[in-house]
Design a protein around this ligand. Structure first.
Ligand code: HAM
Length: 447
């Protein structure tokens, strides 16, 4: 970070991305594009529509939505005052913003349930490490307006199918729990706090703080001592009310019907306050809760909490960077559409004048084309063509300009032949093969 350079006697620090924040370079973008494509495809198949909420929201959206007592709100938000002294926050997660939007735009008048998905950057002042960043991307799905275990099963199934499409599903186990409704959870929280009272000194600093404002979180703390105590703590199973038992039983039945394997985990709580009933996470089979690839659950009280009418909801989100890490770990390759077909080399201004419109014609035909438009020698241009790893190079010198022709060079064989400028586009298209051309139709939806 402190890589200083001496610039005329003035020490300058190299400009870098902030800690925990990364550039998304072209290589990662190939994965990114592929993941977005899979998500859009699966979302459309299941009737989800895309939503983009702003990157900045009024802080109150998250303070109320995610919960003041959560780590996200109390420690991890990027919050600042704008010039009008309003408190704004870079969104740390997607659900609260979507719910704010559902209420603001009267989506309760739309056919219910409303099914929305998003592909968005999020920001958390987290401790940076592999798979944990301060800016990260999430894909997320929300179903708002109806409560039925079949919807929860559908969300889990969708998440699982996306992981399957991306070649990483087998690396993760689905951890499942039902943390009850306010009715059954109240008594449980009371007994849980009573269990921990007198044992505070065995808890980590974080859990000592959480004991009175967010006691459920003590169950899924990763510190070893807290885990030992959590094993001995009262279990929620005995507190679940009949409605929650019924909901949970039905959900498990639907998952069985869909042949989705899951692990019942009575200690799974999740780090956001809005959950009621179903919670689930996709855990790495070797690393456990560390670096979960995604998680979600039901939030039947959130819409009302945020000022809307009582409305149930369920959703899921997954981190794109973590998906990419796992795809790479599994050597999953993605089709690259970036490979260039043709390099155009030319000598002299006259040749350049002919080559510029030719490059446009080639591109319009779906032939991915780059050209050396600087002042390099022919030898340097051909070296560059090699670096682009193109199958063919088109060469135009002074003679070719005069004769209205151009040379096609087969880079692998080192052979070349001359064709007229009128037929070069079709000749090249035939060499590349119709199926390999990058034909873009403005009629297609572009996101
Ligand atoms: P979450 O568990 O906080 O849930 O985040 C979901 C996923 O986002 C995580 O499993 C992880 O893959 C990724 N993620 C979270 N924090 C980071 C980070 N610092 N660096 C990299 N990746 C990260 C939610 O955000 C809920 N809104 C999910 C939800 C939607 N529940 C209902 N609807």
């Amino acid at each position: 970070m402190s890589d200083d350079t001496n610039d005329g006697g003035v020490k300058q620090q190299k400009l870098q991305t902030p800690v925990g924040i990364h550039d998304l370079l072209p290589d990662d973008h190939e994965y990114f594009t592929f993941i977005k494509k899979v998500v859009r495809h699966r979302a459309r198949q299941a009737g989800f529509k895309r939503i983009t909420t702003p990157i900045l929201e009024n802080t109150e959206v998250f303070a109320r939505g995610v919960g003041d007592a959560t780590d996200i709100v109390s420690k991890e938000m990027y919050t600042f005052e704008d010039k009008g002294e309003r408190s704004l926050t870079l969104k740390p997660e997607g659900t609260a913003g979507v719910v704010r939007s559902y209420i603001q735009h009267g989506m309760k008048e739309w056919p219910q349930p409303v099914q929305l998905y998003y592909i968005e950057p999020h920001f958390r002042y987290d401790k940076p490490q592999k798979g944990r960043y301060r800016q990260f991307w999430q894909i997320g799905f929300e179903i708002i307006g109806e409560s039925d275990p079949a919807l929860d099963a559908q969300i889990i199934d969708l998440a699982n199918r996306i992981n399957e499409d991306l070649g990483v599903a087998h690396l993760f186990s689905i951890q499942l729990n039902n943390i009850g409704c306010p009715k059954c959870r109240g008594k449980y929280k009371e007994d849980l706090v009573n269990f921990y009272i007198g044992k505070e000194r065995s808890l980590c600093g974080n859990c000592q703080e959480r004991l009175h404002n967010n006691p459920l979180r003590l169950l899924d703390c990763k510190s070893e001592d807290c885990q030992i105590l959590a094993e001995l703590a009262p279990k929620f199973d005995q507190y679940r009310c009949p409605e929650c038992v019924d909901f949970y039983t039905k959900l498990k039945g639907f998952l069985d019907e869909l042949a989705i394997e899951y692990v019942e985990n009575p200690k799974l709580v999740r780090g956001l306050d809005y959950y009621t009933g179903t919670v689930f996470e996709f855990w790495d089979k070797h690393q456990g809760a560390q670096n979960a690839i995604g998680g979600g659950g039901r939030y039947d009280g959130l819409i009302e909490l945020m000022g809307g009418p009582p409305t149930p909801g369920v959703g899921y989100a997954s981190g794109i960077e973590r998906i990419i890490l796992n795809m790479k770990r599994e050597n999953v390759t993605v089709p690259s559409k970036d490979a260039i077909h043709i390099f155009v080399a030319q000598l002299g201004d006259d040749a350049k004048r002919k080559c510029l419109p030719l490059m446009n014609k080639l591109r319009d035909r779906g032939i991915k084309t780059v050209g050396a438009l600087g002042k390099a020698s022919m030898k340097a241009q051909l070296r560059l063509a090699d670096k682009f790893n193109v199958p063919y190079t088109l060469i135009m010198g002074i003679t070719e300009v005069r004769e209205g022709v151009i040379i096609i060079r087969d880079m692998a064989k080192g052979q070349q032949h001359t064709v007229s400028m009128d037929e070069v586009v079709e000749k090249v298209a035939a060499l590349i093969g119709e199926e390999n051309l990058d034909n873009y139709s403005p009629g297609e939806a572009i996101y």
